[in-house]
Design a protein around this ligand. Structure first.
Ligand SMILES: Cc1cc2nc3c(=O)[nH]c(=O)nc-3n(C[C@H](O)[C@H](O)[C@H](O)COP(=O)(O)OP(=O)(O)OC[C@H]3O[C@@H](n4cnc5c(N)ncnc54)[C@H](O)[C@@H]3O)c2cc1C
Ligand code: SF4
Length: 523
């Protein structure tokens, strides 16, 4: 192996986990290689076209996976520098403190993490700073304790959202401002990089104002001469020393050729499904079930949340441009009538006719898609799914990814939807149309039914869990493989349970935590 292909650290993937880790390690002067299968998202007008992004799926991977039945699965995921953070809605939540312990759900028990909330708290605070999070501490009744205020003020509600927030408050709820990672300065709009456009959630930011891993972590890391990025670099396999105790070679397919790299430390951060697939692909004599998979947990316990998009149609138009500012967590842990967790209510980016066409929803009588979109409030509901060992990533004989998943713990989600419907019926504020204004809540058949289907893998996690016991986890508390000394995983794979808030901030905070461990190790 020549001198040029040996590094101190190789990081595979540049999303929330890999990109954040690169940023943490870059100032150390260690030789770091980032391997990213994707390229930079091109900056072009289509970045902000709902037609190109949602209807035509221009930036989605064209890779085809399989369902458990062997049917083709077209995953809604993105392979680019910055990973899925290029497309995310930048709602950057901490998990609740209770999410780190065991929690009883209707469908079973959500397992504890091997670290406590307090262990991650300083890193959450750092991650919020790094990713420019705007928010207001203390509004959200389930907020865990924090050692610092949000670094930026909450993103304000537009009038329709403020009206809804006031209505919810009048009904006794504690609605709050969603913590958002955007480079927005509302006090100085002329100079603000973010313009509060209507095409944030699901879209790349044309003006690089979204707090994504490329803009805020990978690009600054690359300013250090010791950091190198290879794009179009698909890691096909990890090979070990004969003892199986260390990764010796990272095999890369790039520009149609095979390249080999090595490093003292190899960090996998390909996203929960791809990281598990890479470890499974890397099976050898010493690791017959997949690299670091003596426990047989690699690929198992796939979680993706139980998610729904629900449109509330009313006679009142909803002219909101940037809709993702409001959320409700009053039912996160249950309600007086229901002792089990239900989940989180918030919003997707404002839907429009083109986006609705992508899902061919049922059209309300007398409405067109464009009219529906201009009158709807577009809710996003998230509930926790539990880690079931049979919900898993495997590879078929052709080497394709197979995703097997049976939804679980659905009752809380059903009740959350009922709660929201009930709340919307009680809206009393419309002075023009009166009580009848809110005609009801329509499930948007974006894909099939109201649920986000299997292909909606945005919140994928859980497939390479960390834990204390090598029998039941693949990684130790530092996210190092129990069985392979120089192998780490720092993406959403590591989650032992998923809570019911968006995952990215936890991935980022954990990458910073593991980064500190690696800095110690490499000293
Ligand atoms: C439309 C959308 C909206 C979302 N909104 C939110 C939100 O508002 N809030 C939130 O918290 N989360 C949100 N998410 C989820 C969030 O983006 C993910 O939780 C987060 O990006 C996961 O980080 P990760 O490091 O695990 O993986 P990723 O960010 O997906 O990064 C993985 C990277 O690895 C690369 N890679 C994969 N395999 C290989 C390989 N074999 N070789 C080389 N490179 C490889 C990929 O190309 C990718 O760049 C959203 C996701 C989507 C798709
Ligand atoms: S300008 Fe602001 S709201 Fe629009 S995509 Fe960029 S970060 Fe999101």
């Amino acid at each position: 192996m020549n001198e040029m292909s040996r590094y101190d650290v190789i990081i595979i993937g540049t999303g929330a986990g890999g990109g954040t880790l690169a940023h943490r390690l870059a100032p150390s002067g260690k030789r770091i290689l980032l391997l990213e299968r994707g390229d930079y998202v091109p900056r072009e007008k289509d970045n902000w076209s709902t037609r190109a992004v949602n209807l035509e799926g221009k930036y989605n991977t064209k890779e085809v996976w399989r369902t458990a039945d062997g049917e083709p699965l077209h995953p809604h995921t993105n392979y680019w520098v910055g990973g899925n953070t290029k497309f995310y809605g930048a709602a950057l939540f901490r998990l609740r403190r209770e999410d780190f312990g065991e929690l009883k759900h209707w469908g079973g028990t959500s397992p504890a993490w091997p670290i406590r909330y307090e262990d991650l708290e300083p890193y959450y605070t750092e991650a919020e700073r790094l990713y420019h999070v705007h928010g207001r501490r203390g509004e959200d009744p389930t907020d865990p304790p924090a050692s610092a205020p949000y670094p930026h003020p909450a993103v304000s509600h537009e009038p329709r959202m403020q009206q809804l927030s006031d209505d919810f408050a009048r009904l006794g709820l504690r609605p709050f401002h969603v913590p958002l990672g955007v480079l927005l300065d509302e006090a100085n709009p002329r100079k603000s990089r973010c313009i509060r456009c209507g095409t944030c959630d699901g879209h790349p930011c044309l003006v690089s104002a979204k707090a994504d891993a490329q803009v805020l972590c990978v690009d600054p890391a690359l300013e250090h001469p010791n950091v190198t990025l290879l794009t179009g670099a698909y890691v096909s396999r990890l090979e070990t020393t004969p003892s199986g105790l260390e990764v010796a070679r990272v095999i890369v397919e790039r520009n149609g050729t095979r390249e080999v790299y090595s490093a003292d430390v190899v960090v996998v951060a390909g996203g929960a499904i791809n990281s598990a697939a890479l470890l499974l692909r890397s099976a050898n004599d010493r690791h017959p079930r997949g690299l670091g998979n003596g426990s047989d947990v690699v690929g198992r316990h796939y979680m993706g949340h139980v998610n729904s998009v629900l449109m509330a149609l009313s006679k009142c138009p909803n002219p909101t441009v940037f809709q993702k500012t409001l959320a409700v967590n009053d039912f996160y842990f249950g309600s007086p009538e229901w002792e089990f967790p239900m989940g989180h209510i918030s919003f997707v980016g404002k839907l429009d006719g083109d986006t609705l066409k992508a899902g061919a929803p049922a059209i309300a009588p007398g409405w067109t898609l464009d009219l529906m979109a201009s009158h709807s409030l577009d809710f996003w509901l998230t509930s926790e799914d539990l880690p079931d060992p049979n919900n898993r990533v495997t590879l078929n004989r052709a080497g394709e990814i197979v995703l097997s998943y049976q939804p679980n713990n659905e009752e809380g989600h059903t009740r959350l939807i009922d709660k929201l419907k009930h709340l919307m019926k009680q809206q009393t504020r419309c002075t023009v149309h009166g009580h009848e204004c809110h005609e009801g809540l329509f499930a948007r058949s974006l894909y099939l039914g109201q649920r986000i289907p299997l292909a909606g893998v945005a919140h994928q996690n859980g497939t390479v869990r960390f834990g204390r016991d090598p029998q039941t986890s693949a990684l130790d508390q530092n996210c190092r493989a129990h069985e392979v000394d120089n192998l780490y995983v720092v993406d959403a794979s590591v989650f032992p349970s998923s809570g019911a808030v968006n995952p990215a901030l936890t991935v980022m905070a954990n990458a910073l935590r593991v980064g500190d461990h690696l800095l110690e190790r490499l000293r």
